[in-house]
Design a protein around this ligand. Sequence first.
Ligand code: SGN
Ligand code: CA
Length: 540
Amino acid sequence: MKLQLSVLSLFFLLAFASCQQGGQQIAEEEKPKRPNIVFMMSDDHAYQAISAYSNKLIETPNIDRIAKEGMLFTNACVTNSICAPSRATILTGKHTHIHGKIDNRFPFDTTQVTFPQLLQQAGYQTAMFGKLHFGNNPKGIDEFKILPGQGQYYNPKFFTNTGDTTITGYVTDIITDLTIDWLDNRRDEEKPFTLFYLHKAPHREWLPAERHYKEYINKTFPEPPTLFDDYANRGSAAKEAEMNLLKHMNWAGDSKIEPEIMEELGIEEPSSWGINAHVGQMKRFTEEQRKAWYSVYGPMNEEFKKNYPNMTDEEKMKWRYQRYMQDYLACIEAVDENVGRLLDYLEANGLKENTLIVYTSDQGFYLGEHGWFDKRFIYDESFKTPLIVSWPGQVEAGSKSDIMVQNLDFAQTFLDVAGVEAPADMQGESLIPILKGETEKWNRDAVYYHYYEYPAIHMVKRHYGIVTKEYKLAHFYYDVDEWELYDRLKDPQELNNVYNDPAYADVVKDLKEKLADLRVKYKDSEELDQKYIDMYSESN
Ligand code: SGN
Ligand code: CA
């Protein structure tokens, strides 16, 4: 009898257990899987060079795929248009005066919380490949392979969790290989993931992949209407900035003119490192890579040598613009091809449905507008940044938003996607309401900007400002005290500073108040401006 009972109870026990298990299984299947996040960012990728924004310069069919499947932001911008500060803002969700990485040189206080740490703690698998340029290794990342500092285009070195490694080949292709290798071999299928796919290209000195040399060196691109800007009707900052294609771009380092030819022609490099950068680059090449380079860039040099003595300044400027665009856009071509490779991988492996994909840059860039290259200014081409986001089933395919969003908002957006509560001291807003078309939940209509790195390379003066869809008000300080106001709707090229125009007196008054409020809201102040000036002088 005893035995009979225990057999019976064992039977019930087993039946109960299996029933329980089945229930749990159903519950788990029903529980929606947390979305993956793929954050793609290129360095210095101007929105003018993405065909989803404008196809005047280049077709980028693969980056455009993200726009076709998701949302294109036409008014996305940064808080401080320079690399490392922007990256620190993205990771911390804070303005640069709060996280303290105000420029490329200041160190980042690594005790601060960055969003990957929070995602990792919440059970996300995290990985990062490419250019971080942050001064430190990332925290909260399970596996990383990042370029030291600015990184190299050819045969680059990488820092990894386990030591250094140098890989032969072209950086944009290698970063993609590393990314796909991780997805293929070390992704934990049990966990959602956050993947950082970070290109060095198209950062200066714009070295294309070998396969694009020939095609691009023969191309001619339309000139921007402000290529010969004389900076009239603006303040001293635009006039004094050292970003002019003719005057400040390096002939060897940037335009790829051989130092011997420069010497023969009596051309001097505007900055001392230009020649070294070029010579160093040529030395990095393998014998085969060097041959391929000279087979295309050699004849270009010969042609230049022949023509230069008879060129007017205007012709030189035009030539430099074309030379610049040929290399810059060839770099983008490789980025686009590789974005396509990664998207194909995600698609082929069923990883697109439940994944939020972002394509962005660490800031905008001048492609000859105002006669410039580089960034830094609050003016549109550097202030605005490309931002394209897809998330199947959540974001309407082919949608657009002109809401003023910032890189400040990324951290909270990703935490929101993952269902993780953002720390209260983050200063952005989750973009999820905008992405889901619930724009009535969004009420920010002005953004704050503050640039610091001065005096330094490119000599763009310190300034802060407020930007709305209609206006831009900026205060340049430190060695000047100048205000500029632009009417963004009437003067999209920002050629006329109307700060002193009586017709705009009310606008100025109103924006100055709003700017003061923003400085309070984001905890910026004259004391902080001064503190950063003092710290800067001490570090020099
Ligand atoms: C380098 C570049 C500059 C560029 C900064 C910052 N010169 O110094 O043109 O503005 O980086 O760029 S280079 O000749 O050394 O390339 S950032 O993207 O890292 O902020
Ligand atoms: Ca950059």
